[in-house]
Design a protein around this ligand. Structure first.
Ligand code: PEP
Ligand code: MG
Length: 562
């Protein structure tokens, strides 16, 4: 065994095991200290323009092979790099006669970023993209490789502080064996997209960036463990685990149910038309969450009714007679839409987002509902429509009236605000169904920003307080006879799925790559066992204890499914 052998741990966010050489995503370069001041401004200006052009072309080349998630983000990067205003701002810095070429680029971008940040909302969000343009330009001017994910020529395990959504979305399962980040959280975009791609992934892995480039690492994305320089025996143990997992997963197909036949629908989370086609081709019972705002993240203008009708029609057609749950635009906070910006807010996650924004921009909501009604009429598909961020019975009623007025057959709400969970009998009395958004429900129950990797412990979906809140939500479902599902990330954890089934959820919606393990887990246990697990988890003192007690009550095969 090598003397560098060690074990690191993090939070497993996408199950599966991988062994391969480590490739660390290069950090962004900084302008060198004491860089020579530019004397030939015209030549430097031309060099900057050529470099920006090359950066823009780099984005477009990536965009050409990217999927629908990544394409608009990469194209936006190309547009920013090609913005004559940016080149002009760099010229101004060069003309100051006090700066080197990369220092001038940095200073100009910093100025731009400050301006964007002061505008707030969508514009402020673009600062990350602009900094990416800066880093690529500076690297090229210094004769270095562009930062970010390199083109992987041999299958490798990728490590980074965190990955931008576009970077994660462009990865290929053939060359990217696994993803390890030192930051990020279980509901970060890296985690969601890695699961969507079916790549094993671990976040919050402290120390991974100190491991030398090219070192062999083994990772277990379910358990959250990384072995640096694994021994032959350890590699074999992981390979055995992988084989056992595959065998267990291959055994099941079809509808989700417990061993004694209690049904729990298994559904897919989707965000684009491409996702819909991919998910519909798999063994899922429908789509439990279509994040409709994902279609428009990089749009400056609102989509028309016609355009939306065509999109929703295609998605409904993809699923045929299987159900599709569409969430109306959840704009704001971590998902800002340029055309739905209500201006700067101190605390956007607690501000006018989701249905609160829909109540101000009724034009957007009405157009979307009309398009959904058109698509439903055109296809006769099983369309269920739900609103994000419902907090009160009044909001639920207001939304339900709107949905029913356009002739849509099933209306529901997301329960992701504790108030709605505690009063779920009231809320569910107004609508036909609810879906628990455990990502936000966790964030609001624990008052912990879901984007803060450092707060992962509070955001752990095994927090007994969150399980209590889910219990109350399900209780309202049982009393009204209206189904309550789960569409947050926790529904895709096979062990948590047992607890959720025990709490009474009727469906679980997740990245399609997670469905097989959840199906297998359910099929190994009776409903009464799931109920006992739910009670034991709720009676635990903390998230770690809750998970451990459930694991101790579960079939031993579960160890291979995680
Ligand atoms: C959630 O909050 O759990 C959810 C499913 O919605 P999103 O992650 O899109 O906010
Ligand atoms: Mg949410």
């Amino acid at each position: 065994m090598s003397e560098l052998h060690s074990t690191l741990s993090g939070i497993g966010v996408s199950a599966g095991v991988a062994v391969g050489p480590l490739v660390i995503v290069s950090p962004p370069p900084s302008p060198p200290a004491g860089e020579a001041v530019v004397t030939d401004v015209a030549a430097a200006s031309e060099q900057v323009r050529d470099t920006l052009k090359a950066v823009a072309e780099g984005y477009l080349a990536k965009a050409a092979n990217a999927d629908a998630h990544a394409k608009p983000i990469l194209e936006a990067g190309a547009m920013m790099a090609g913005d004559p205003g940016l080149a002009g701002a760099i010229d101004t810095q060069l003309q100051s006669g006090t700066k080197g070429i990369t220092t001038a680029v940095s200073a100009a971008v910093d100025e731009y970023c400050a301006m964007f940040e002061s505008l707030g909302g969508y514009m402020a969000e673009r600062v990350t993209d602009l900094r990416d343009v800066r880093d690529r330009t500076v690297a090229r001017l210094l004769g270095q490789a562009e930062p970010g994910v390199p083109t992987l020529t041999t299958p490798s395990v990728l490590a980074a502080v965190d990955l931008a959504p576009a970077e994660t979305a462009t990865l290929s399962v053939d060359t990217c064996l696994g993803i390890i980040t030192s930051a990020g959280g279980p509901t970060s975009h890296t985690a969601i997209l890695a699961a969507q791609l079916g790549i094993p992934a671990i976040v919050q892995a402290t120390g991974i960036l100190d491991v030398p480039f090219g070192t062999t690492v083994a990772l277990d994305g379910g358990v959250g463990e990384i072995i640096v320089n694994p021994s032959e025996a350890e590699q074999q143990a992981l390979a055995d685990r992988k084989a056992r997992r595959e065998k267990a997963l291959a055994a099941g197909s079809g509808k989700g149910m417990t061993r004694d036949g209690h049904p729990v629908q298994l559904l897919a989370n989707i965000g684009t038309v491409g996702d819909a086609h991919k998910a519909a081709a798999q063994d899922v019972e429908g789509a439990g969450l279509f994040r409709s705002e994902f279609l428009f993240l990089d749009r400056d203008t609102a989509p028309t009714v016609e355009e939306q009708t065509a999109t929703y029609t295609e998605i409904l057609q993809a699923f045929g007679d299987r159900k599709v749950v569409v969430r109306t635009l959840d704009a704001g906070a971590d998902k800002p839409l340029a055309f739905a910006d209500l201006g700067h807010e101190e605390n956007p996650a607690l501000g006018r987002r989701g249905i609160r924004l829909g109540a101000v921009r009724t034009d957007l909501l009405d157009d979307q509902l009309q398009a959904l009604a058109n698509a439903h009429k055109a296809t006769g598909g099983q369309l269920w429509v739900m609103a994000p961020m419902i907090a009160t019975r009044q909001e639920a009623r207001w939304f339900a009236e709107k949905v029913r007025a356009v002739g849509l057959p099933k209306v529901g709400v997301m329960i992701e605000v504790p108030a709605a969970a505690l009063r779920s009998f009231d809320v569910l009395s107004e609508v036909d169904f609810a879906s628990l958004g455990t990502n936000d429900l966790g964030q609001y129950t624990m008052a912990a920003d879901r984007m803060q990797g450092e707060l992962a412990e509070l955001l752990n979906p095994w927090q007994p307080a969150l399980l209590d809140v889910i219990y109350y939500a399900c209780d309202g479902g049982a009393k009204t006879g209206h189904p309550v599902g789960v569409c947050g990330e926790s529904g895709g954890d096979p062990l948590m799925a047992l607890v959720l089934a025990g709490l009474g959820v009727a469906s679980l919606s997740m990245a399609p790559s997670k469905v097989r393990a959840v199906r297998t887990a359910l099929a190994l246990h009776d409903l009464s066992q799931c109920q006992q697990m739910a009670a034991a988890a709720r009676a635990s003192v903390g998230p770690k204890e809750a998970r451990e007690v459930v694991l101790s009550m579960a079939d031993p095969i579960m160890l291979d499914l995680l």
